[in-house]
Design a binder for this molecule. Structure first.
Ligand code: CS2
Length: 484
């Protein structure tokens, strides 16, 4: 049995495997909600490196909205965990010290609220995925018809703690305002256009609909003292497997219950509009710019857009991972064809050819076993961000690759015998998507209904697009990927 990862195990590691900072010198100055693998391989790594470079102990209090596994793992390991970089020619593993404590939204609501009132804590970061925001597909505003949001709004009448992240953010801001109102930033790190503005809107709409006694004063204060910078995050982080856990134990000589793996590449671009002090992430390689929109559009439409296209077409063709798709006769052509379609919809100054070449190399990385099923989940919330802007502009005839990808998504929403989706993906709108297949004999109606469920009434009314997608369905269903 190898010993468990923890402070006592650090001395047995090589220098290169040890954390960049002394974990005992960190203080809870960042609150992060969404303790998934992505944040531990991305923002936590940046924060640790920024602390090492600046010598100021910015530690992260990590909050898991749902699952307890990562919280228990961090607690058992003195808040330590490992990150493995999967380079094409081999892996390297090291331990990261970025966290000061690990909490759950419930039952640790009192501690979360106390952190919001601490002047030491100035930054909240979020990786809660698209569904964590409870936005309406059509307007992008907060979905007040969502049962979870309605229940949290009812809790505001007597200050009971929230169960959704949006509700917890609103309650946290109320608590901070009541404690003196020191400035704070809420930094969304999710794959959405204008993610900061989208977060601000969701939180403000929640506050507006709430019953907090000082609601209006909090809203006014939030306009001047709460920053919601837009950001673009990038690092491909596959789901950790048992093989990864075994390899990490062999590399470190200690057992890590919660290791994460990722490609060597990482990028973080942030809008330089913070209201409060923050970690010096620029010392760790993050870029601060006036406007993240061009980077965001390029990343969402090219990387995430081709990810989703590969997921649905790849699953139809029997592939399991992104690297599998790139090893088919059509994989690279799909990525390059999609990039060529998307390019004219992007701002001029970007180097699309270089970005496309880099994408092909990243997707081909043979060390990565990035499951298509991971990427295919929550499609009804992803395809709008990634594809619909381009389809709206170019239509089926101007964007034949994306139109084929859309047929791939439609195919993947088919209900399976076990009640789930055809390839085992999950989606918060799963029931509504499945119901759209009641009329399976009329594929045109199915495609239009699915587009409406994904919030795109306008595209559902685009007769040429809907007809073309319906006509492509039989081939996709049969696993034939015929790129234009
Ligand atoms: C993926 C992203 O889950 C998905 O749909 O496209 O997680 C992707 O790997 C990251 O955005 C890469 O930065």
């Amino acid at each position: 049995m190898t010993p468990a990862l923890g402070l006592a195990a650090l001395s047995a590691l090589t220098t290169a495997q040890r954390p960049l900072v002394d974990p005992r010198e960190l203080r809870s100055r960042v609150l992060h909600i969404g303790l998934g693998a992505f944040q531990r391989a991305h923002q936590a790594v940046y924060t640790e490196a920024a602390t090492a470079a600046a010598g100021v102990g910015w530690g992260i209090a990590g909050v898991a909205p749902g699952s307890a596994a990562t919280v228990e793992g961090l607690r058992a390991q003195d808040n330590l965990y490992s990150v493995t970089d999967l380079a094409p020619d081999g892996a390297s593993t090291r331990v990261v010290a970025a966290f000061t404590e690990a909490l759950r939204l419930q039952p640790d609501a009192d501690r979360v609220r106390a952190l919001f009132t601490s002047d030491d804590l100035t930054t909240v970061t979020l990786t809660i995925t698209e569904k964590g925001y409870h936005r309406r597909g059509d307007t992008g505003g907060l979905d007040l018809t969502s049962a979870a949001i309605a229940e949290d709004l009812a809790r505001t009448a007597d200050d009971r703690s929230a169960h959704t992240v949006v509700g917890a953010l609103a309650a946290g801001l109320v608590a901070r305002y009541r404690a003196g109102g020191a400035p704070i930033d809420i930094v969304s790190c999710d794959n959405m256009t204008a993610n900061g503005a989208a977060t601000a809107r969701a939180v403000r709409e929640f506050l507006t609909a709430s019953s907090f006694a000082d609601r209006d004063a909090v809203l006014a204060w939030s306009q001047t003292s709460v920053g919601f910078p837009n950001t673009v995050v990038d690092r491909i982080v596959p789901t950790t497997t048992d093989d990864d856990r075994t390899a990490v134990a062999a590399a470190l000589g200690v057992t890590d219950r919660i290791p994460v793996v990722g490609e060597p590449y990482r990028q973080w671009v942030l809008e330089d509009s913070f209201a409060a002090p923050r970690p010096a992430w620029e010392l760790a390689g993050a870029g601060f710019v006036d406007d993240v929109a061009p980077y965001q559009l390029m990343k969402l439409r090219m990387l995430n857009g081709s990810h989703s296209a590969m997921a649905y077409l790849g699953l139809a063709a029997g592939c399991r991972t992104v690297a599998d798709v790139l090893s088919t006769s059509w994989g690279e052509k799909l990525v390059r064809g999609l990039a060529a379609e998307v390019a004219p919809t992007l701002p001029g100054a970007l180097d699309v050819p270089a970005y496309t070449d880099a994408l092909v190399a990243r997707f081909s990385n043979p060390s990565m076993r990035d499951q298509l099923r991971r990427i295919g989940c929550d499609g009804s919330l992803k395809v709008g961000e990634r594809w619909f802007g381009v389809l709206r502009r170019l239509g089926a005839s101007g964007a034949p690759v994306l139109t084929l990808a859309l047929a791939g998504w439609v195919n993947a929403t088919r209900p399976a015998a076990d009640g789930g989706q055809w390839f085992g993906t999950t989606d918060p709108a799963g029931t509504a998507l499945a119901e759209n297949w009641r009329d399976a004999d009329d594929p045109v109606a199915v495609v239009a209904a699915l587009l409406r469920t994904a919030g795109a009434d306008d595209l559902a009314g685009d007769a040429e697009l809907v007809r073309t997608v319906a006509a492509l369905l039989p081939a996709v269903q049969a696993g034939r990927i015929d790129l234009p």
